[in-house]
Write a protein that binds this ligand. Structure first.
Ligand SMILES: *Cc1c(COP(=O)(O)O)cnc(C)c1O
Length: 355
């Protein structure tokens, strides 16, 4: 008998049924690879990498860029293998037995799993009927569980809605544990929606960002946190040495230098989000939730059959099985205008023929 860690066999796997999709709309990735000019500079930079050396200056370079962009100190920023690693290490840093971590439900499915790997006690707080966050209820859950870490996600995955800055500030004012704001999709909502300016006022606030979504760099696995220097200093201890490889670091460094080149794509997806929402509203029996991200959440009585129909056609969308509050829901990542026309046409056909 192999003696695995206690609890590991009960832990759910991150269940993505991947295959060679004709249209891959299940992971909120960008529909196209890097802009040609960015790719050219990345390739040229990669050809100058010293492969025999551990990464050294590369993380400092990209930290300096982010620090200057947000007027933060360099000690307030740290990078990881996607914001996934940042979030996982924060759960580790504030978790452990007897510690509670509060997060909304439904939200990013990995919070539940990181709570388990951190040996902590998960306290999900149900979102309202329209998936908005009741700030009073959230604060109460944090206080009653004496939580060490509270997490909110804005715009929220998979529901697509934003948490207002005044709600975030209200929560920050009324909890004294660490408060992580996961801003994986913030670029689609616009910088005005970001909690970053609140960092100066609230030293227990942490903001997590990723290069995987708006910057289309999911393959490189790069994300970062911004927080008070003391939180960064402590959380860093949970990472292994040289955890982020130099190929990803230099690629992200150039992407960040050239981030203005991504704005047209971000605007395109924002427009598509509006157009898809408007179009789907006219489909009988389909509920469409408002979104300010690169994905859209749909609710439909025959969602399971619709998902099977799309899968058969090679169109991969995200279904949530029996996840709480997401029954009969499908999350579709937005593609190019042409791609969105393709999947919407199939949804329409399904509803007309089998709905
Ligand atoms: C995609 C996503 C992340 C993590 O992305 P990485 O690729 O690990 O940077 C974090 N939070 C939310 C809500 C996400 O949707």
């Amino acid at each position: 008998m192999l003696k695995y860690r206690k609890g590991l066999s009960d832990m759910p796997a991150y269940d993505v049924a991947e295959r060679d999709w004709r249209l891959k709309l299940n992971a909120n990735e960008a529909p196209t690879s890097l802009p040609p000019l960015v790719e050219e500079r990345v390739m040229s930079r990669l050809s100058r990498v010293a492969f025999n050396r551990y990464p050294n200056q590369e993380m400092a370079d990209i930290i300096a860029q982010v620090a200057s962009n947000y007027s933060l100190r360099e000690e307030q920023i740290f990078f990881g293998n996607g914001s996934s690693e940042i979030i996982e290490k924060l759960f580790f840093a504030f978790g452990g037995s007897g510690r509670s971590i509060v997060y909304p439900e439904p939200s990013f499915s990995m919070y539940r799993i990181y709570v388990k790997t951190a040996d902590a006690n998960g306290v999900p707080v149900g979102l309202e009927e329209d998936y908005s966050l009741d700030r009073e209820k959230f604060v109460r859950a944090v206080r009653e569980s004496k939580a060490s870490l509270a997490v909110i996600c804005t715009p929220n995955n998979p529901t697509g809605n934003l948490i207002s800055l005044s709600d975030i500030e209200y929560i920050a004012q009324n909890v004294d544990c660490a408060l992580l704001v996961d801003e994986a999709y913030l670029e689609f909502a616009g910088e005005d929606a970001s909690a970053v300016p609140l960092l100066k006022k609230y030293p227990h606030l942490i903001v997590a960002r990723t290069f995987s979504k708006a910057y289309g760099l999911a393959a490189a696995r790069v994300g970062y946190m911004m927080a008070d220097a003391s939180i960064v200093e402590m959380t860093k201890k949970a990472f292994m040495p040289y955890h982020l490889n130099v190929l990803s670091l230099v690629t992200a460094d150039i992407v960040y230098q050239m981030r203005d080149d991504f704005q047209p794509r971000i605007y395109m997806l924002r427009d598509e989000c509006r157009r898809v929402n408007e179009t789907l509203k006219g489909f009988p029996g389909l509920t469409v939730y408002p979104s300010c991200t690169n994905f859209i959440l749909l609710k439909y009585a025959k969602a399971v059959e619709l998902n099977e129909y799309l899968t058969e056609l090679g169109i991969g969308v995200r279904s949530f099985g029996s996840a709480p509050r997401l029954e009969n829901c499908l999350r579709v990542s937005l593609g190019t205008r042409e791609e969105n026309d393709v999947w919407m046409k199939e949804v329409k056909r399904f509803i007309e023929e089998k709905g």
